[in-house]
Write a protein that binds this ligand. Structure first.
Ligand code: ZN
Ligand code: ZN
Length: 362
């Protein structure tokens, strides 16, 4: 457990990080702040991995290694950025674990990973691409503070913790024509509307009665204009696809694109697709989940089991596809404003709870 002095240091660090919010992929000052803190207060070996920081507690070559990951990017806000998701708090908590490791032997090598660009879904893949040793880790852990749940409760779920999601765009291009002779052109509106209307049916085909979540949200349907002499010749359908399994989303994307392609051939349209902000499902490994739950119970931590996965997505899911591990939440209080809202700010009172949870996993 952190002593009062250490807790004050970590809270001051959290406020310092809060004071230099940086957008995804631009976390230079944030990394410098964390680096300085770890250099001044720990003997961890800290390496700049290009967009993320790796701080290692090393006990010996033959020992197994585990990893803890914290995100550190802020959200875009006007021309700048703002810590509206509490990643300043997550990074501070992980630095708190760094303080606790000082002078201790835990029988394992411990890697603290400070990851940028979580909000865009790119940061975890950067770790995968730049650090082959990741694959040799025994297990990895990460947490998120979650408003709407009892303050300090450890939120656990076996299997899927958070949904997979992606933004999907169908872009159709045809030929303009005089409105008196629309048959001379190729107009995409009919096909775009059909795709929008038929996507729920495609979802039912994939689920075939199973009650796991797979949904789409209509984000935009833009085509043509207000010039009543010209038949539309270009348009886009934007949908957010979300579900408990990334494989379901992949299947849905295939169905939408196959139907768009077939319809385009008939209508003489050109068809392009785009996927943005792709996140996998964040799914816990059963064995490591059981181990973590047993440790939390043994440490007397207040655990709350979740019935449903979170609907939002988290890019830690990419890391869990490489290394078996556990993602969990820390309740931020029933009255805490929601993540990404203007009034949200990370609650320093959660730091002690977060560090205790990390410590239980050592
Ligand atoms: Zn967020
Ligand atoms: Zn977040």
């Amino acid at each position: 457990m952190l002593n009062t002095n250490q807790l004050n240091m970590v809270m001051a660090l959290r406020r310092a990080l809060h004071g230099c919010p940086e957008r995804s992929g631009h976390e230079a000052r944030t990394m410098a702040t964390i680096r300085t803190f770890l250099h001044e207060n720990t003997s961890l070996e800290v390496r700049d991995m290009g967009g993320w920081l790796l701080a290692t507690h090393w006990e010996g070559d033959s020992l197994p290694a585990i990893g803890f990951r914290a995100d550190m990017d802020a959200l875009p806000a006007g021309d700048g950025a703002r810590h509206g998701c509490g990643h300043d708090g997550h990074s501070a908590m992980l630095c708190g674990l760094g303080l606790l490791l000082e002078g201790r032997r835990v029988g394992r090598n411990v890697h603290l990973m400070f990851q940028g660009a979580e909000e865009t879904g790119e940061g975890a893949r950067r770790i995968i691409d730049s650090w082959p040793e990741l694959n040799s880790l025994q297990t990895i852990y990460a947490l998120h503070n979650i408003p709407g749940y009892p303050r300090g409760a450890v939120l656990m779920r076996r299997g899927c913790f958070a949904c997979a999601s992606c933004g999907h765009i169908v872009h159709l291009t045809g030929r303009p024509a005089h409105a008196a002779y629309p048959g001379d052109g190729a107009n995409p509106i009919g096909l775009l509307s059909r795709l929008a209307l038929e996507t729920p049916q495609m979802i039912e085909e994939i689920l075939s009665g199973d009650d796991r979540l797979l949904m789409r949200t209509l984000i935009g349907l833009n085509a043509g204009g207000e010039d009543f002499g010209i038949s539309a010749h270009e348009g886009r359908l934007c949908q957010t696809l979300r579900g408990h399994r990334k494989a379901d989303i992949d299947a849905l994307v295939q169905k939408i694109e196959a139907r768009a392609l077939a319809g385009s051939r008939v209508a003489g349209l050109k068809c392009n697709y785009e996927i943005r902000d792709a996140f996998p499902d964040t799914t816990n490994d059963d064995d490591h989940y059981d181990d973590a739950l047993a440790r939390f119970n043994a440490a007397g931590l207040p655990v709350k089991l979740l019935d449903e996965p979170m609907r939002w997505s988290e890019d830690f899911g990419w890391l869990l596809k490489k290394v078996p591990g556990v993602y969990f939440g820390i309740g931020a209080g029933e009255d805490c404003p929601g993540l990404h809202t203007e009034s949200y700010e990370f609650d320093d009172g959660l730091i002690e709870a977060g560090v205790r949870v990390f410590e239980a996993l050592l």
